[in-house]
Structures are given as structure tokens and as C-alpha cells.
Design a binder for this molecule. Structure first.
Ligand code: PLP
Length: 382
């Protein structure tokens, strides 16, 4: 049994595009890629004249250090969105295989399935005292029954904010060993008190973890995300990826954002978001018109309202745009609100008519207490 048994048979020996950068040639005068001999007048340092490395080594190294994995386990791409698309294309034969996910959840899994012509199998979240959680026993049963080739678990989940324990993810991966890839989308892991599923990779070759610089690292516009998994799977995904996926300016910015100084600053901002999340949560709980606020391990809160349409309109009238979730299954009365600056969060609380606490910004220490994971270079990891 190899992890490659989980990908499409017709792609297992696919070599992909032989780009000008991927062949290991030496030379002084590079005339093999039809690049321009002179930089564009607007390209002041000439950084963009040539095609980039397909997987820029400095960025791969920095991301491997950040997530404490080996570079060979890591595929860098244009956000986790690209990784989701590549994973579905690599595992599912059009018209034959199925993708499983747990709605209400991030919409890209369904989009990728649709584009690939794969069936999209839904195992709805269950609303209970602990929040909106996936029924993982049912996930395994249905994945077997429908012979899903790929199962997406979002943790912490968008839009619910709920995280799944690593042990529970391990059980799913174990149960679907040899049958399906289990992809844990950890776009919000930095805001979570749960351990990352990265610690499970060594024991579960059918597990893939998605991380991104878009959320906690504040680089949504740079489009840098990773899939972390078995080196053989990563090598295959690289061959399925576009030849030069990462623009030179994005790579430079991402590398700079992964310096020790920038990471320290990022950790402070994560701490501030976590402490604001607590404050907004407490305020909304006491607001009239709020039916339920879900505890969140992400940088957002899912809020059920007595009159969601009115709340949405009221926020909009105050210039505040939140995510209307009313179109999603089980969320006919819900809004998703991203944690903003303390001033923005105050405005949200005002529109909801919530009693406001005196202090806006709680200390990093309180956030530590909430148990957010630490980035390398800033305290112990957990
Ligand atoms: C925002 C988000 C992403 C998108 O990440 P990119 O790296 O920007 O493509 C992926 N998964 C979830 C659950 C998200 O909420």
C-alpha cells in the first residue's frame, strides 16, 4: 500500500510540464525560456524579468521551519484554494469518484468537486451544546459507502469556528487508510487552542494538512498557501501544478513575513485578535436580538440572530459589512463576523446594542491563557 494508490491511476506516472526552470542546467547566458533580455521599465530591480523557480527554495525552507516539517512534505501554491483544487483533481476521476465534506463549511471544496466533475457528498454538521460539529462516525461510514476518494475536514471550521481534536482526526484517517485522503484545512490554526493535525502526519500517510499565510499572517493578497503531506503525494501534486505558480513579488513578501521579527509581530496581532474575540463574544452574548454566539477558534464569530436580516441591514447602514450566512444549510438566522480592530468591534457591539466593557484591548497574557498556539520564536509551542 502506497499513498499513490489514493491518486488517479492515470496520473501516477504523469511527468507534468517540463519548464525552463525545472531542468537542472548550468550556464551564463540563459536563452532557453524566451524571456526578455532587458527588464520592464517599471520593474526597477529587474526581479520579474525571468520566470520564478516553481517551488522557491528560500520560501519552502522558511515554511518548513514555520510548520516544523520537512521541505519534501510541503507544496507551496497560490493559497490553500489551489491546494484544494489540485488535491481534488489528483484524486477524483470525473464522473466516477466522490468528494466528501461537512456543510455548512467553506465553499471551495464543493467548487473544486464541481469543476472536476466529481460527486459532492455532504455529511451535515450537527448542532449541539458544544457547537456545530461534524459527526465523524457518520463521515467514515458515508465515505466508505460512497467510496469517497477525498474527505475535507475544516478545523477550526469556517464558518462555525469549531475545532476538531487531533485524536478524532487520527481515528478518521485510520478508518479511511487505503481508501481516501483526509484533508484537514487549518486556515485558522493560529487562532486555535487545539493541537494542529501536523503532529499526525508521521503516522497517517493518507493525511494532508492545509495551511495559509492569508489569515493570521495578513497576506491574503499575496496568495501563498501550502499542502503538507506525504513526500510522494507532494511530488505528484507538484507535477500537476501550473509551471510557475508563485509570482516573484509574492515570494519576496512571504519570505520577509517569515523573518523572526515579522513573526513576533504577527504573534502579537494573533494575541490581540484572540483577546478581541473574547470581548466581542461576551458583548454579543449579552446583546438583545442575539440568539446564540458560537465559541470560536478562528478569527470570526458565528452569530444567530432573532432578526438576522435586520441585523445585517443595521450593520450595513453603519458601514459594517459582515458575511450573511442565511443561504447556508442550518444557518438561516446566522451572520459571520470577522474580528476587527478594537474600534471596529466596538462599532459592531454598538449596532447590536450590546453593553460595552470598559477595556478594549486585553493583554497578550490573557490571550496566552486562552491557549492560542505559538509561532516559532515566540514562547513554547503547543
Ligand atoms: C480563507 C480560507 C481558505 C483560503 O485560503 P487561501 O490560502 O487564501 O486560498 C482556505 N480554507 C478555509 C477554511 C478558509 O476559510
Amino acid at each position: 500500500m502506497s499513498v499513490l494508490d489514493l491518486v488517479r491511476e492515470d496520473l501516477r506516472d504523469f511527468a507534468g510540464y517540463g519548464s525552463a526552470r525545472s531542468t537542472r542546467l548550468q550556464g551564463r547566458d540563459w536563452l532557453n525560456a524566451n524571456e526578455a533580455p532587458w527588464p520592464n521599465a517599471a520593474d526597477v530591480d529587474g526581479a520579474c524579468r525571468r520566470y520564478p523557480e516553481p517551488q522557491p527554495q528560500a520560501l519552502v525552507d522558511a515554511l518548513a521551519a514555520l510548520y516544523r516539517v520537512d521541505g519534501a512534505q510541503l507544496l507551496v501554491g497560490r493559497g490553500s484554494d489551489e491546494a484544494i483544487d489540485l488535491l481534488v483533481r489528483a484524486t477524483c476521476r470525473p464522473g466516477v469518484d466522490a468528494v466528501l465534506a461537512t456543510p455548512p463549511v467553506f465553499g471551495m471544496y464543493a467548487v473544486a468537486a464541481r469543476l472536476q466533475g466529481a460527486a459532492f457528498v455532504e455529511v451535515p454538521l450537527v448542532d449541539g451544546a458544544g457547537g456545530l460539529m461534524p459527526d465523524l462516525v457518520r463521515v467514515v461510514d458515508i465515505a466508505r459507502e460512497r467510496r469517497a476518494r477525498i474527505v475535507f475536514l475544516c478545523s477550526p471550521a469556517n464558518p462555525t469556528g469549531a475545532a476538531i481534536e487531533a485524536e478524532a482526526i487520527a481515528r478518521v484517517a485510520e478508518a479511511l487508510r487505503g481508501q481516501a485522503l483526509v484533508v484537514v484545512d487549518e486556515a485558522y490554526a493560529e487562532f486555535s487552542s487545539q493541537a494542529s493535525a501536523l503532529c499526525l502526519l508521521a503516522a497517517h500517510e493518507n493525511l494532508v494538512v492545509l495551511r495559509t499565510l492569508s489569515k493570521a499572517h495578513a497576506l491574503a493578497g499575496a496568495r501563498v498557501g501550502v499542502a503538507i503531506g506525504h513526500p510522494q503525494l507532494v511530488a505528484l501534486l507538484r507535477r500537476c501544478q501550473a509551471p510557475y505558480p508563485l509570482p516573484v513579488p509574492s515570494v519576496a513578501l512571504a519570505c520577509a513575513a517569515l523573518s523572526a521579527g515579522a513573526l513576533r509581530e504577527t504573534q502579537r496581532r494573533i494575541d490581540a485578535v484572540c483577546s478581541e474575540r473574547t470581548r466581542l463574544f461576551d458583548g454579543l452574548l449579552r446583546a438583545p436580538g442575539v440568539r446564540r454566539v458560537y465559541a470560536s477558534d478562528g478569527n470570526f464569530l458565528l452569530v444567530r440572530c432573532i432578526d438576522a436580516e435586520g441585523a445585517f441591514a443595521g450593520l450595513l447602514a453603519a458601514g459594517i459589512v459582515v458575511r450573511d450566512q442565511r443561504g447556508a444549510a442550518q444557518l438561516g438566522d446566522a451572520l459571520r463576523i470577522s474580528i476587527g480592530t478594537p474600534e471596529q468591534n466596538d462599532r459592531v457591539l454598538d449596532v447590536f446594542g450590546a453593553p460595552r466593557d470598559q477595556q478594549s484591548v486585553t493583554s497578550s497574557a490573557q490571550c496566552m491563557e486562552a491557549g492560542a498556539q505559538r509561532l516559532p520564536g515566540e514562547g513554547a509551542s503547543r
